[in-house]
Design a protein around this ligand. Structure first.
Ligand SMILES: NC(=O)c1ccc[n+]([C@@H]2O[C@H](COP(=O)([O-])OP(=O)(O)OC[C@H]3O[C@@H](n4cnc5c(N)ncnc54)[C@H](O)[C@@H]3O)[C@@H](O)[C@H]2O)c1
Length: 347
């Protein structure tokens, strides 16, 4: 197969490139390296880290391409069998100060990918990395209870948020809007044009080679900050909970869809009920390993913040014959060790 991964030098994209190349496919990773804008110090090194990592890998070709300009995309996608679209403006905070860029990259970029796929001669399968932010403020309508180190859903029988949860009539933030609109377009290209498409509405994905910053990639950010001596601000009280999914488990789900028979689908994707953690619990875990206290500051909740988000992953389990395999503590430890080994780059 020829597999095209947009955002190939990003965190999830680079793992997708690695996964599909090691299975013997021809992989083309596209990226414009614009994540550098989100990364502050040593941004040039960190932004190109995954690019360099992949450039030496058999079966992978990296190509500097901006998804907002259709020509280069179309050239690469015209003979693709599978397109994994991860390129995006990924930070809610950036979307609030520059909604136009967020709109161009996330919506126009996705539209360009879909159009290139529609016009390709190979009828490629599309996998789109959407987000739990499509459910916006509706998530905060679910009653939660406060425990010592975390919020929980008041209804203990609730398995999490499934795909039938409402995506509209609530606040979203510009990032939530651009991703929701793109999510709908991807679904509609299956309905209207018969493309095979999957939408993965992801909660929190984490793993090595994630250059987390305060604005995005919180598990990695907390570890990086702690091990490189930076102060961390907690927005809210630190009891907010997410289900977290180790990145290699995610790309296995992409592969299950790509190699399976389902024509099109929308999947909530995360660690599910068995793999949840709050900020305070993550802090405790990291302090236990490092033997040092965190330097924490507290600030107000930010727009769009959700107290509890847990994905109901039953549909993905069933339709994709998939389940998470890396548990929270083992997965977080892998990130901790990766950060420890790359401290000089991340300082
Ligand atoms: N990491 C998570 O927990 C998470 C959760 C929900 C959704 N997502 C979605 O998953 C996708 C990947 O996220 P990630 O964590 O790997 O982020 P990332 O920032 O590491 O990767 C995104 C990549 O896209 C590239 N990019 C940005 N604009 C581009 C453009 N115009 N043209 C080409 N490349 C461009 C960036 O340079 C970067 O390398 C995004 O679509 C994001 O919205 C991620």
């Amino acid at each position: 197969m020829k597999v095209v991964v947009t955002g190939g030098a990003g965190f999830i994209g680079s793992h997708a490139c690695e996964h599909f190349a090691s299975a013997g496919n021809e992989v083309v990773g596209l990226d414009d390296l614009s994540r550098a804008r989100l990364l502050s110090k040593k941004s040039a090194d960190t932004a190109s880290y995954n690019w360099n990592f992949l450039s030496g890998m058999a079966g992978v070709r990296m190509n500097k391409t901006d998804v907002t300009s259709p020509a280069g995309l179309a050239r690469t996608i015209r003979d693709a069998d599978l397109v994994i679209h991860t390129a995006a403006q990924t930070a809610v905070t950036t979307s609030l100060v520059d909604p136009r860029t967020d709109f161009r990259v996330n919506l126009l970029g996705t539209f360009n990918v879909l159009e290139a796929a529609r016009k390709a001669g190979t009828n490629p399968t599309i996998v789109f990395t959407s987000t739990n932010k499509v459910y916006g403020g509706n998530v905060n309508q679910i009653p939660v209870a406060e425990k010592a180190s975390r919020y929980v859903f008041e209804d203990e029988m609730l398995n999490g948020i499934d795909e039938s949860f409402s995506i509209d009539r609530c606040e979203h933030t510009p990032y939530g809007c651009s991703k929701t609109a793109a999510d709908l377009y991807v679904q509609d290209y299956a309905h209207t044009y018969g493309l095979r498409t999957a939408v993965f509405r992801m909660s929190c994905i984490y793993g090595p080679r994630q250059f987390g910053v305060e604005d995005q990639g919180w598990v990695a950010w907390f570890i990086i900050a702690h091990l490189t001596g930076k102060k961390v601000t907690v927005y809210g009280d630190g009891k907010q909970v997410r289900d977290i999914l180790y990145v290699t488990d995610l790309v296995r789900a992409f592969d299950s869809f790509a190699s399976g028979r389902v024509r099109s689908g929308v999947y909530n994707m995360g660690g599910g009920r068995e793999n949840t953690i709050s900020i305070l619990e993550l802090v405790g875990m990291i302090e236990k390993w490092s033997g040092r206290d965190f330097e924490l500051a507290y600030s107000d909740w930010r727009p769009g913040d959700q107290k509890v988000y847990v994905s109901d992953i039953a549909k993905a389990r069933k339709e994709l014959d998939w389940k998470p395999e890396v548990g929270v503590e083992a997965g977080v430890r892998k990130v901790y060790d990766w950060v420890g080994a790359n401290r000089a780059l991340l300082e």
